[in-house]
Design a binder for this molecule. Structure first.
Ligand code: SF4
Ligand code: SF4
Length: 342
């Protein structure tokens, strides 16, 4: 383990930014935080987490896939893929780090998504332990320890210092470039901070929320549960919950005719939208109840069924904070699973 005084944090950022684009959370004027590219003078946010998740760096909201031109019966394709630039995402919380295990299973299972793989290969994740988890956090429900975040490098911040531990070859290589700014240390201060974080977790309102009642094999039992009617009745179908979610990964592919050829691009889509998965024959899910049910059944039943029991929620709490009608996965888990977590 290595440490550095927080007084030198800008030297750390400058050293990282010498070799790679560095993104880190900064405060916005409305009090929330968002990732921004570091440059001299950028101030690192103290916020617990960002409104949008770091998923955006690996699976951006829109991206071009190819260009093509047609002439008579011939199609001229242009492969526009390039090597991604090296980049570092700094200060990723434990829940968001875990979201990459979920996304990797979707995008890196053969046939792998070369666009996502390209960014995963060139991106380094420096995580950060949560010093003050909040009421909407429930990562522990999914077995995530906010005091011991994964990532290529794990980091812990105290009042005076920042501590780093490399977990992967990429992480070791990055930490090596910081050796003149950091010094070897024991893990005493980190152990103390871990104990403090876990004590806070024990006081959070969602500490007893469990996944009991969900998981693979539950489709027959839960699909026609009468509670879906009430839970979905006020849903606006706005898709906010899916856009802020670090594990949602649905997208659409569209063509845009520029007048001088066609750009094929993909953009995020949402299972909450009325035209989601609409096909020539019509739509599979005609009501908002069906769309709403799909989102939560996917996270809590279908995904774990196909992925060794792994749920596709990390308890980040973004949907609890952002849904305009205050509906969210916790309410679904309590109502449908008969969950007693308060
Ligand atoms: S469903 Fe909600 S709490 Fe779970 S990962 Fe997505 S935004 Fe976070
Ligand atoms: S659950 Fe909330 S955020 Fe999600 S689509 Fe419905 S109204 Fe929008």
């Amino acid at each position: 383990m290595r440490k550095c005084s927080l007084e030198k944090i800008n030297e750390i950022f400058a050293a990282i930014a010498k070799n790679a684009a560095l993104y880190l959370p900064v405060d916005r004027t409305d009090g929330s935080a968002a990732y921004k590219k570091w440059e001299e003078g950028t101030v690192w946010s103290n916020a617990l987490n960002t409104v949008r998740s770091p998923k955006d760096f690996f699976f951006p909201q829109t991206e071009d896939l190819m260009r093509f031109k047609t002439k008579g019966k011939t199609v001229q394709l242009e492969d526009i893929r390039t090597e991604a630039e090296a980049f570092v995402v700094f200060g990723v919380r434990a829940c968001d780090v875990k979201s990459f295990d979920i996304l990797d299973r979707v995008f890196l299972t053969e046939p792998a998504d070369s666009f996502y793989a390209n960014r995963r290969n060139h991106g380094v994740i420096v995580s950060l332990a949560c010093t003050r988890p909040v009421e909407t956090c429930f990562c522990k429900t999914f077995g995530i320890d906010p005091s011991a975040p994964a990532g290529d490098i794990s980091a812990w911040k105290t009042e005076s210092d920042i501590f780093f531990e490399a977990n992967t070859e990429k992480g070791k290589a990055l930490l090596h470039t910081l050796s003149e700014l950091t010094e070897e240390c024991d893990d005493g201060a980190v152990a103390e901070q871990k104990a403090k974080i876990n004590a806070v977790m024990e006081k959070l309102p969602l500490k007893d929320l469990s996944t009991k009642g969900f998981g693979g094999g539950k489709t027959a039992e839960l699909f026609d549960a009468p509670e879906w009617d009430e839970l979905s009745s006020a849903c606006l179908g706005c898709g906010t919950c899916t856009f802020v979610c670090p594990t949602c990964q649905c997208y659409d592919i569209k063509d845009f005719n520029t007048g001088n050829g066609v750009i094929r691009f993909r953009c995020w889509d949402s299972c909450m939208y009325s035209d989601f998965t609409k096909m020539a024959h019509g739509n599979n899910r005609l009501t908002q109840k069906e769309r709403f049910r799909q989102r939560f059944m996917h996270k809590l039943v279908y995904y774990p069924e196909n992925n060794d029991g792994l749920f596709s929620c990390v308890g980040c709490g973004r949907c609890l904070a952002k849904c305009p009608i205050s509906m969210n996965i916790v309410k679904v888990m309590k109502k449908i699973g008969g969950n007693k977590g308060e």
